[in-house]
Design a protein around this ligand. Structure first.
Ligand code: CP
Length: 353
């Protein structure tokens, strides 16, 4: 497990970090810092903040961007992507979204190549980058890092994944993908399969779906079972769920969505345990003979071996298109964070091509 010391955050604890953030807030109020602090800053740190109406609004925005992804809506803006953890899709689709909307992009994809390697704290890095950029998308191995950054930053923070905790921008593209393929988000049977303990995307998806009366099926070995806090969350929000350890044709027969996940090797403190569970569930083409016609297979990717390659050509496979939807969802998220409305997007005259 990562620690603050591993990350060179140099704070004694999150309590210290939050005390520092309060100090920063106070200094901002008294004008010590020369930041243009926005009182109604639109962070995108957790999906739990979003109402049903806001989710549908962002889906409508994504749909507008899918029709016309290339515009100059963000011309003159600078977007920062700070990735303390590896990424392909999230970073590149955020950067593509910024580029396709006319913004410029700064940032790092490897914190070791930044002054983090010299001991700069997360707080200082965020404050420095806030001097340069209008919005920051960040991924960090520590749960709560994006929340903390949003407390200290004068510019909006987008959580691009914090440890095993949350991945709200992934959830927006997952919701958009589900909506596109099912025509609704309401009353769906959603099977979450694999590493439900460390898989942050499934945690965020549960929270987002609370508005839409889903029935979740948690398919995981006991070592990777859905953590209790999310089962409690389901009970508190009247979300129906069943737990399974078997993964076969019969179990998935009534699925509308099968959401496969990778076993998150990087989160295990005991690699022997990873070795025991890494091949536990593999979705094969021959398991898809009796599935519902509307059923679609999602995966946040990257895949290791949990979806066999012969599934890729099956019409139920949707994970490559799902990643493409990330571009439109992230164009919507940047717009939301920078105060651009759906009406602005519909009235936009900067469309290119
Ligand atoms: N889905 C996802 O977060 O992929 P990356 O780790 O490649 O960004």
């Amino acid at each position: 497990m990562c620690t603050l010391a591993d990350e060179n955050c140099m704070m004694n604890s999150w309590d210290d970090a939050f005390r520092h953030s309060k100090g920063v807030e106070q200094q901002q109020k008294t004008g010590f810092f020369n930041h243009n602090f926005q009182m109604e800053k639109h962070n995108f740190v957790t999906i739990a903040d979003l109402s049903k109406e806001k989710i549908m609004y962002l889906i409508d925005m994504a749909s507008e961007f899918e029709k016309h992804p290339n515009r100059e809506l963000l011309k003159g803006k600078v977007v920062a992507t700070l990735f303390y953890e590896p990424s392909t899709r999230t970073r590149l689709s955020f950067e593509t979204a910024a580029n396709r909307l006319g913004a410029r992009v700064i940032g790092f994809s490897d914190a070791k190549a930044s002054s983090v390697s010299k001991g700069e704290t997360l707080k200082d890095t965020i404050l420095m980058v806030s001097n340069y950029a209008d919005v920051i998308a960040m991924r960090h191995s520590l749960e709560g890092a994006a929340q903390y950054a949003s407390e200290v930053a004068p510019v909006p923070i987008i959580n691009a994944g914090d440890g095993a905790h949350q991945h709200p921008s992934q959830t927006m593209l997952d919701l958009y993908s589900i909506y596109k393929t099912q025509g609704t988000l309401e009353n769906l049977n959603i099977y979450l399969v694999g590493d439900l303990k460390y898989g942050r995307t499934v945690h965020s998806l549960i929270m987002a779906m609370r508005h839409f009366n889903p029935t979740f099926h948690f398919v995981a070995p006991k070592e990777l079972a859905m953590p209790n806090e999310y089962k409690i969350y389901c009970r508190e929000h009247d979300i129906k769920f069943q737990e399974h350890t078997a993964f076969n044709e019969k179990v998935i027969a009534d699925a509308d969505i099968i959401y496969m996940t990778r076993v998150q090797k990087e989160r295990f403190s005991d690699l022997m345990e990873y070795e025991r569970v890494k091949n536990v569930y593999i979705l094969r083409n021959d398991m898809l003979g009796n599935v519902k016609e509307n059923m679609r297979i999602l995966h946040p990717l990257p895949r290791v071996n949990e979806i066999a390659y012969d599934v890729d050509d099956n019409p139920h496979a949707y994970y490559i298109q799902q990643a493409q939807n990330g571009l439109y969802a992230r164009e919507a998220i940047f717009s939301y964070c920078l105060g651009i409305t759906l009406d602005d997007i519909r009235a936009d005259k900067t469309i290119i091509g």
